[in-house]
Ligand binder design. Structure first.
Ligand code: PGA
Length: 272
């Protein structure tokens, strides 16, 4: 596991975008798992810059998003400002700015009439695409990956999940409040890839920034593997793992000095 600590959010985002860009350059038709939330916005901005200024080419890239609120999706009949779907988020924050083909971008369909069947189909599509090469992840205030709330099985697959209070509070503050949507109008369920699904990605890139993530990051990386902090399943992943944190998010790690030392050593030996 490479734990990379950068001074601030912008530096974290630049590093993360560099990791993703390297994947795309090495394998132009790679399959990326993408995430929503406040954390990856800077990474997407940097990828857009790389596309515009350096010609980073997304024309063969395939993407699968982690999750979507049940009941939300891109609905052309809905007033634009009420659309808090993750499909819309991805379109606004990344897809519309780059040369990705729309048919290569998968975001779970929160408007599906048959969620159970849909979730199975989503899993099948990931398999058909050859599996996910690199999965981008944030971490929720409650330790979740995607919408795998505390108590989710670490072997879980794509399914419908009820959101817990902390997630509703966090996402209300970050997204719904700004859009003038009342809290009780927020969706309380979501379609989410499971932890088992996420662990099948060949590589993991997890990001966290800010003091409010410091405790949960320490529990995730240094505490026991537990379904109460579903992101702690990172400790079970067998492929390449890169965790990029800003100083604040890293500030409660017990072994902070060790991680800084290891990063320096790896750089000296050309391993990073
Ligand atoms: P955030 O959410 O990026 O908005 O903090 C992270 C997450 O819920 O995974």
């Amino acid at each position: 596991m490479d734990i990379i600590i950068r001074d601030n959010y912008d530096e974290m985002s630049r590093y993360a975008a560099g990791v993703i860009a390297d994947f795309i350059r090495k394998k132009p038709n790679c399959v990326l798992g993408l995430a929503t939330g406040s954390t990856p916005i800077g990474t997407y901005k940097e990828l857009i810059r790389m596309h515009k200024e350096e010609g980073l080419d997304f024309s063969q890239v395939v993407t699968f998003n982690l999750d979507e609120y049940l009941g939300l999706g891109i609905d052309l009949d809905k007033p634009y400002h009420l659309d808090q779907s993750y499909a819309r988020f991805m379109y606004e924050e990344l897809f519309k700015h780059i040369n990705i083909r729309q048919e290569n971008t998968y975001v779970p369909d929160g408007l599906t009439r048959d969620p159970e069947k849909y979730c199975q189909w989503y899993e099948e599509e990931i398999k058909k695409a050859g599996g996910i090469d690199l999965q981008l992840l944030g971490i929720g205030g409650d330790g979740h990956w995607a919408f795998n709330e505390p108590g989710s099985s670490l072997a879980s697959r794509t399914r419908v999940q009820a959101l817990n209070k902390q997630t509703l509070d966090d996402n209300y503050e970050s997204f719904f409040k700004k859009a003038g949507i009342e809290r009780d109008k927020m969706p309380h369920f979501a379609i989410t890839m499971g932890i088992g699904t996420i662990l099948e990605a060949r590589n993991i890139l997890m990001l966290a920034s800010g003091l409010k993530k410091a405790d949960v990051v320490a529990k995730c990386l240094e505490g026991p593997v537990t379904s109460q902090i579903t992101a702690s399943a990172i400790q079970l992943h067998s492929g390449g793992i890169t965790v990029v944190l800003d100083r604040d998010a890293a500030s409660r790690l017990n072994n902070l000095d060790h991680y800084l030392h290891v990063e320096k050593l790896k750089r000296e030996y050309g391993l990073l």
